[in-house]
Design a protein around this ligand. Structure first.
Ligand code: MIC
Ligand code: SF4
Length: 643
């Protein structure tokens, strides 16, 4: 039997298990990446595990999320990451060098290799044919120490692309169309592979836009073949030597196949508050807008920004619109400057921000009250922009630029011919903002600097025989990690300070939650389907752990979040009968008699609530996960196994 692209890479990196869909497999990880908002925790955990030097082929620590530095906290975190990276053998990408995924694609990603990153958009590197997955910081720390990365062997979904994109329609519209078809749950438990004639017409950064937003499908990752287009990109980056061709076998088996005809696609938008709430831009045409933000790891490549500059050239941004542009990397920014396109952007009235995540993670540029914001980003979850009553629409750079000029939602295909942009054969390569680690001999003398904001990681506890606890929060479907642990300028500075962070936990849903959790001494959370979708932030597990959460009951979970819950010793239960969700209420006292025993060796438990209802809960756990939960989390488990 033939293999898919992903299966070929999995096969060559398989450390444990068999490639049977649904079974646990262990993978050798070649490369890791972290960013600063998750990095401090990952490195505190690396230190706690006693790892002296990273054992991967390459590990990079990026600074790109918390760059506003409204107080000392972010700068202190940067310093910690810089020194810890130097000591333990990692490269350090300085603030100003760009967004981790864009820089990694340009400078480090290699077809056929494996990458995990403490950021859910790590699959961006799938655009170059790399098996790249988002993971919790603790899993990344384990991989840096040479440990295996465990996942459930995914199903394989194939998307055949036919034809070629029309003028003013771009890669963002392709992934928005796929989100329309599959929804934010459609990729759960699957790897999405792209193939077909249409692939050839897409450059590597365009492919990366598509694999990047595969995270919004809930997919384990997404991947493109590695072909002549890949080779040309690598050569333009001066890295042609790492090119290998990669494609699926003709008789590879896919669990589902879809076809997207690029010829017939038109500009799309994801409407508030979910990336799969898709409408065509022509339907939204004429709606008044207040803000446009262009950038993020989805759409900030040279191709994207040259296109925006060409649309804006010689014109002025509408007086009622504020336009921000954040280039994805120093490479993109410098090339924009050298080509003269930066001057066109500035002249048109764009407000140029540094090469970082910026408004995408709520770091500035929050819309005004009830504002309408068009963003080329990948997430439009409630309140993520920093303004709870804002309406955020996710669109392509073409739609964003055309609308910024008109002051209303505009379909760019009505503007006539698209400007032709040409990309250079060689990119401007300068890695001067990537610091190399100390040599092993020098490492001893490197002092790791820790500012006062860096607080210890909360420790998980081994489960008690019985669980007798209140359901202290009941929430609905598709709860994101931005609901559980919001970000933004006020909260992000505390990513290495869990006690402080806990004051904001779940406040998007219920401002009283942190106080109630403290008063009750913790408890249980009840959720709907796809609980924990979105970011890889392990804070969405660590902070509930700190607040005493012992278990989360949901109809279903998102992949990275459920792994994070287990890593921190919080038991994830699924409702055997989803309708039982109605039988349980906030405030119910819940009793599970055989809690510990069930974690040891059962696949289900019965929960009794105060009003006498009995509800069957399932636990889909591997042997390894049972041991982790019994130890009170992965850190304890790793330590116990060492001693
Ligand atoms: C995001 O886009 O939500 C983030 C911020 O990049 C997160 C990581 C984080 O919360 O630090 C992600 O995607 O994993
Ligand atoms: Fe940064 Fe936004 Fe990308 Fe997350 S999605 S890595 S916040 S640019």
């Amino acid at each position: 039997m033939g293999y898919t692209i992903a299966e070929k890479i999995i096969k060559s990196h398989l450390v444990s298990g068999e490639m049977i869909r649904g079974e646990e497999i262990g993978l050798k990880i070649d490369q890791t990446l972290t960013q600063d908002a998750t990095g401090t925790m990952a490195y505190l955990q690396l230190e706690a595990m006693g790892t002296e030097r990273v054992k991967t082929e390459l590990s990079v620590a990026y600074i790109d999320h918390n760059t506003l530095q409204a107080g000392f906290e972010n700068a202190d975190d940067h310093r910690y990451i810089q020194t810890v990276a130097k000591k333990h053998g990692l490269r350090f990408s300085r603030p100003g060098n760009g967004i981790c995924h864009q820089v990694h694609l340009e400078r480090f990603a290699i077809p056929g290799k494996t990458l995990i990153g403490s950021d859910s958009h790590t699959p961006t590197a799938g655009g170059i044919g790399m098996l790249a997955m988002g993971a919790g910081g603790l899993d990344v720390a384990v991989a840096m120490g040479g440990g295996t990365y465990y996942i459930t062997m995914p199903k394989m979904i194939k998307i055949n692309l036919t034809g070629a994109l029309r003028d003013f329609v771009s890669a963002k519209d392709v992934i928005l169309e796929i989100l329309r078809i599959l929804s934010v749950k459609g990729g759960v438990g699957a790897i999405v592979e792209y193939g077909g004639e249409g692939v050839k017409s897409l450059s590597v950064p365009e492919r990366a836009t598509i694999t990047n937003m595969g995270a919004e499908l809930g997919a384990t990752t997404s991947i493109f073949p590695s072909d002549e287009v890949t080779r040309a990109f690598l050569e333009a980056e001066g890295r042609g030597d790492v090119y290998i061709p990669l494609s699926s076998d003709l008789d590879a088996k896919y669990d589902a196949e879809y076809t997207v005809n690029l010829d017939t696609l038109s500009p799309l938008a994801a409407c508030p508050h979910s990336p799969d709430n898709i409408k065509s831009v022509s339907e939204l045409r004429g709606m008044k807008i207040n803000q446009v933000c262009i950038g993020s790891c989805t759409n900030s490549s040279l191709r994207d920004l040259l296109t925006v500059a060409a649309i804006l050239k010689g014109k002025t941004v509408h007086p009622d619109v504020s336009l921000s542009i954040s280039p994805g990397s120093k490479q993109v920014y410098t090339m924009l400057a050298e080509s003269g396109a930066l001057a066109d952007l500035i002249a048109a009235g764009a407000r140029i921000l540094e090469c970082a995540c910026g408004p995408c993670i709520g770091m500035g540029f929050s819309p005004g009250s009830a504002g309408v914001s068009l963003r080329t980003f990948n997430r439009n979850f409630l309140a993520r922009s920093g303004t709870k009553d804002a309406s955020v629409y996710l669109v392509s750079p073409e739609v964003a630029a055309a609308s910024a000029l008109a002051g209303v939602f505009t379909d760019p295909t009505e503007l006539g011919c698209a400007p032709k942009i040409s990309l250079p054969k060689k990119f401007l390569v300068n890695d001067n903002l990537i610091e190399l680690p100390a040599t092993e001999e020098e490492a001893d003398s490197v002092v790791v600097e820790r500012g006062p904001n860096i607080k210890p990681i909360p420790k998980g506890e081994a489960p008690k025989e019985k669980l007798e606890s209140k359901i202290i929060l009941k929430v609905g479907d598709n709860i994101t990690t931005d609901h559980i642990m919001p970000a933004g300028t006020k909260i992000l500075p505390y990513r290495s300070n869990v006690p402080k962070l806990s004051e904001f936990c779940f406040t998007v849903c219920d401002p009283e939650f942190p106080e109630r959790a403290k008063r009750e001494g913790g408890g249980i959370i009840l959720g709907g389907t796809n609980y924990g979708q979105g970011s890889s932030r392990e804070h969405a597990a660590l902070v509930p752990l700190y607040l005493g959460i012992k278990a989360v009951i949901a109809k279903s979970f998102a992949r990275i979040h459920v792994a994070n819950l287990i890593n921190f010793g919080i038991v994830p239960f699924t409702l055997d009968n989803p309708d039982d969700y109605e039988k349980l209420s906030e405030g119910d006292l819940a009793l599970i008699d055989n809690f510990k025993e069930a974690i040891e060796n059962s696949d289900s438990v019965v929960l009794k609530n105060g009003s006498g209802a009995e509800v069957k809960l399932n636990m889909t756990l591997t042997e390894r996960q049972r041991k982790i939960l019994l130890a009170g989390g992965l850190l304890n488990y790793t330590k116990n196994n060492e001693s």
